[in-house]
Ligand binder design. Structure first.
Ligand code: ATP
Ligand code: MG
Length: 460
């Protein structure tokens, strides 16, 4: 009685543990991955605490099917590993354990703390090392958003909440745990996560957390480029790429990630092309079809490549070397913020380099092109370009017809094309000679088969 009175009168001394049954919240062990439940079971029978935590609990409570499962425990990495046949300790900065079940990996980590005296930060306040174990309460408060700090014990069927997360789940609110400016300074990626999760989960970012994003957006530039790539890849492959990118631009975060994006949006047709590419990607993700980050980056950066390519050609460079130069310039500039891993950058280049080759429909190289490993991605890219109106739909349709035909017919299609072109060339020549007594073909023409033989030779 006295205690409850005091609790009401005195300022709260920090987060309190609240426990709710899963059943009352509409979730159960069956909402989780069987393997994640097994991991909890095994750890608990070895005498440890073990919970499913973070995104999976949040998603299940919000009625979204969780895509990956994290478990958290008071066991240390070596103790976790000992309990499983196929378990590997990973990570140098912070060690955690991957427990492998066929094609599913459950990530198991030890409760961690974010004690200001024990973490190492750089001059902007960004945490560079935080390998400190802690208890469950500390683990909850070092997480980014309240809704990400829920713990579910699938065996006891209870949900543990220290930060008012259940209330925020009800109102679909993303609220930063602690002081937003400080938490964004510690890790600016949290701003991207806020925007990505708000779009994915159809949640509202709490006003304080939203305002702090606008204030701290430039800090994104301090994040190592490789980490940004991982985050951007997540958001591009979320199935909500189009709306997430729009939200990032609204919050002023896009600039630090994809500095070329604004330039591209300003170019005629640039926005249309990217919107089409992202809508197409979102559709594929929702249909469970594979999506390649290399393809997406090819789309996002294409207009800047195309613009520079055109300028170089106009200044007298040959088409293919000019394309190489434009590509490398754009990839170099992008590398300063997001490092596109080499294995992806290579594919992105191949997709771009195949574009001029699509214009060559009069030689057997068309037959060989279809056999190339990147043909499909490059062809999808061509379809997008046609849909955005930057190359002839007729060209895209010809290739669709070509790949849908069997090999004997393909050779025929090339032959027909060759004859049609010969007729067109002789008609043009006679027209020209009638008008001006005949002129050679100009270098740098960007469309049509006329320019293609030069392009073809240079890429082979
Ligand atoms: P999703 O998997 O849907 O992208 P998620 O929230 O599960 O979202 P993960 O990267 O899987 O994202 O992270 C798992 C959990 O780890 C989060 O729910 C959150 O509790 C914590 N977490 C992740 N990133 C951060 C961060 N930058 N700062 C603090 N906590 C984080
Ligand atoms: Mg997750």
């Amino acid at each position: 009685m006295i205690r409850s009175l005091l609790e009401r009168v005195l300022p709260s001394r920090g987060p309190k543990r609240r426990e709710c049954s899963g059943q009352s919240l509409g979730i159960s062990a069956a909402s989780m991955s069987r393997n994640a439940v097994t991991v909890c079971e095994r750890l608990q029978s070895a005498g440890f605490e073990a919970y499913i935590v973070g995104g999976a609990v949040r998603d299940a409570l919000l009625g979204v099917v969780p895509k990956d499962f994290d478990v958290v425990t008071d066991a240390r990495p070596e103790q976790i590993r000992r309990e499983f046949r196929r378990a590997f300790i990973i990570g140098r900065r912070f060690r955690l354990v991957h427990v492998i079940f066929g094609d599913e990996t459950i990530e198991v980590s030890t409760f961690r703390a974010n004690r200001s005296d024990e973490v190492e930060a750089d001059e902007t306040g960004r945490i560079v090392s935080d390998n400190v174990y802690g208890n469950q309460l500390e683990d909850a408060t070092r997480r980014d958003f309240t809704v990400n700090a829920l713990y579910y014990d699938p065996l006891a069927d209870h949900v543990v909440d220290y930060v008012g997360a259940l209330k925020d789940i009800k109102t679909r609110t993303l609220r930063v745990i602690g002081e937003p400016d400080l938490r964004y300074r510690e890790d600016p990626v949290r701003m991207l996560r806020a925007v990505r999760l708000a779009v994915k989960l159809n949640c509202t970012i709490a006003p304080a957390a939203a305002k702090a994003i606008r204030r701290n957006a430039p800090l994104i530039r301090n994040v190592p480029a490789a980490r940004l790539f991982d985050e951007v890849q997540k958001l591009l492959l979320s199935g909500h790429a189009q709306s997430t990118l729009a939200a990032l631009r609204e919050y002023g975060l896009a600039e630090g990630l994809l500095p070329l994006l604004d330039l591209i949006y300003r170019q005629p047709g640039g926005q249309k092309f990217i919107d089409l590419a992202l809508a197409n990607t979102d559709q594929r993700v929702r249909e469970d079809k594979p999506v390649s980050p290399a393809f997406l980056f090819a789309c996002l950066l294409w207009h800047e490549v195309a613009k520079r390519w055109e300028a170089l050609v106009a200044s007298g460079e040959h088409r293919i070397p000019a394309l190489h130069t434009a590509m490398e310039q754009v990839l170099d500039e992008q590398r300063e913020t997001i490092t596109l891993p080499q294995r992806f950058a290579g594919i992105t280049r191949e997709i771009w380099l195949m574009q001029p080759r699509f214009e060559v429909r009069t030689s057997s190289s068309a037959l060989r092109m279809v056999e190339q490993p990147r043909f499909r991605a490059a062809y999808d890219f061509l379809l997008l370009r046609a849909a955005a109106g930057e190359c002839d739909q007729e060209l895209a349709d010809w290739w669709t017809h070509f790949i849908e035909s069997d090999p004997a017919i393909r050779a025929d299609l090339i032959e027909q094309r060759r004859r049609a072109q010969a007729r067109a060339v002789s008609a043009t020549r006679s027209g020209r000679s009638r008008r001006r007594g005949g002129l050679g073909r100009g270098r740098g023409s960007r469309t049509g088969d006329e320019a293609a033989p030069a392009a073809d030779a240079a890429t082979e």
